[in-house]
Design a protein around this ligand. Structure first.
Ligand SMILES: [Zn+2]
Length: 480
């Protein structure tokens, strides 16, 4: 980036809540049902049909607010946001405007250079989603109302971020918290966690904000980063050429890696917000708030700190293991079987995560149970098997999820620690390689590695490497 300029970025995130029913009616929020089947008079927008607020939505909003250090407003108000769109049958969306449920929050991200940055959350409010227009049919547009009335949280940051990296980290942190809370699945690709970015640039040192453009349609973390980088560059180029930025909405095109204008951006007053006369103000009193607070699980930052202290893990390990709640749960279940926490961490961070990323699956779909992985580590530590054999057993467990003990017995993989048996193999190897023995005796101690390899091969990887090493040195020296 041109060093004369500074980017200013604010993010608006829409998170679809994991309630069973919609925000103002009893229709199912189930995804993938046949079009226009999860509908009723309320979400179809029939005149006079009355909305009834889903209590769970308020509870989820308060959870998110508490988890991000927000003030929970005792009273908040639903407002109508008026606009016409074919998939919005009422002609307005019920949202919150002047009095949202949560305000003045913050979260902290750690940047790649190790520095920390606090990002303020301006507000979190509850609202309903619109339906879906499906344009890819031949010359027609089809409307599916199923999504109408699906509960959303809109989480609005202050324009506190100055780079695509910071935006990426903020978004990741938000997603981590919301999935720990279990109130949203955080799936960007499927659209249940969506992000719009407001981007402007200004000369460094200037206090006034530049004209912003809003970018939509970024359906992955990678795209958010790329789109913001693109937009910062575009705006700087315009300013450098003496041009002016127009306030507009851009759509990110992930195939071409460009943002294209969609429409000029509306101002809030274009929506003619007014309090919804069909809905009472929402009241969250201290008693309800503290009941909700009790249901908040241990959050990622706290859990990461605990992992460092309780399991004596490096920051890096603890950060990765607590990146998702499910992975952290898995690790803790392994530690119920083995106290070798660092090995447990290593196995998860290398072997397990490799399988997950190759199969594009989450830890919940991982076949090896934490108990079996823990037992595998125990078997290495009590010298029943070597690490090399353990990797073989691990591959076998991936196929069958049998207990490691069973696999070792069935495949006859027990480590050989019996010295007589190992000595027999060593003698055989020494007799077969007289030249290498001479080299060893002439002082080339490095050839010992060759001998170890041969013995391990001969024993099919089962010989205890420590014993092999000791015996080899002794036997080779005796060849003189
Ligand atoms: Zn309905």
């Amino acid at each position: 980036m041109n060093s004369l300029y500074e980017a200013v970025i604010g993010l608006e995130v829409h998170a679809q809540l994991l309630t069973e029913t919609k925000i103002f009616c009893g229709c199912s929020t189930n995804f993938g049902n046949p079009p226009n089947t999860n509908v009723c008079l309320v979400c179809l927008g029939h005149p006079g049909a009355l909305p009834v607020l889903n209590q769970k939505v308020v509870e989820f909003a308060v959870k998110m607010g508490l988890a991000t250090d927000c003030t929970i407003n005792r009273n908040s108000i639903f407002a109508r946001k008026n606009y016409f769109y074919p998939d919005l049958p009422k002609g307005y969306q019920i949202s919150q405007f002047e009095k949202p449920i949560c305000e003045f929050g913050k979260l902290v991200v750690v940047k790649n250079d190790g520095s920390m940055k606090e990002i303020q959350i301006k507000r979190i409010h509850m609202e309903e989603d619109a339906g879906k227009s499906i344009h890819d049919q031949e010359e027609t547009t089809l409307i599916d109302i199923n999504r109408c009335g699906t509960p959303l949280l809109e989480i609005v940051s202050e324009p506190d971020m100055n780079s695509a990296e910071e935006a990426y980290l903020y978004l990741s942190k938000l997603r981590q918290i919301i999935t720990y809370l279990g109130i949203c699945d955080g799936n960007m690709e499927e659209g249940s966690f969506r992000c719009d970015a407001n981007v402007s640039v200004r000369l460094k040192g200037e206090s006034q904000l530049g004209t912003k453009a809003e970018i939509k349609n970024m359906n992955s973390f990678r795209n958010v980063e790329k789109a913001i980088e693109f937009e910062i560059k575009r705006q700087i180029e315009i300013l450098e050429d003496g041009g002016k930025i127009i306030q507009q909405t851009l759509l990110w095109n992930a195939e071409q890696n460009i943002a294209l204008p969609m429409r000029s951006k509306e101002e809030a007053h274009d929506y003619r917000y007014f309090p919804d006369p069909d809905l009472m103000p929402v009241e969250v009193d201290e008693i309800w708030k503290s009941e909700i607070e009790k249901k908040i699980p241990e959050l990622p930052d706290t859990r990461c700190k605990r992992f460092i202290e309780q399991f004596n893990l490096p920051n890096y390990d603890a950060g990765i293991l607590t990146s998702s709640k499910e992975l952290a749960d898995y690790f803790e279940k392994v530690t119920e079987v083995t106290t070798d926490y660092k090995s447990a961490s290593n196995w998860i961070m290398t072997e397990v995560l490799k399988v997950l990323s190759e199969g594009k699956i989450g830890i919940s779909q991982f076949i090896i149970s934490p108990v079996n992985l823990g037992n595998l580590i125990v078997l290495i530590n009590n010298k029943t098997i070597s690490i090399k054999i353990a990797k073989e057993v691990f591959l076998e467990m991936l196929k069958s999820n049998q207990e490691p003990d069973t696999i070792i017995k069935d495949k006859n993989l027990l480590q050989i620690s019996d010295t007589t048996e190992i000595e027999t193999i060593i003698d055989k190897v020494i007799t077969a390689n007289p030249k290498d023995v001479q080299e060893f005796l002439s002082g080339k101690e490095k050839v010992i590695g060759f001998f170890v390899g041969q013995v391990m091969k001969e024993s099919k990887g089962k010989a205890n490497p420590q014993i092999v090493n000791e015996l080899l040195k002794k036997k080779l020296s005796q060849q003189k």
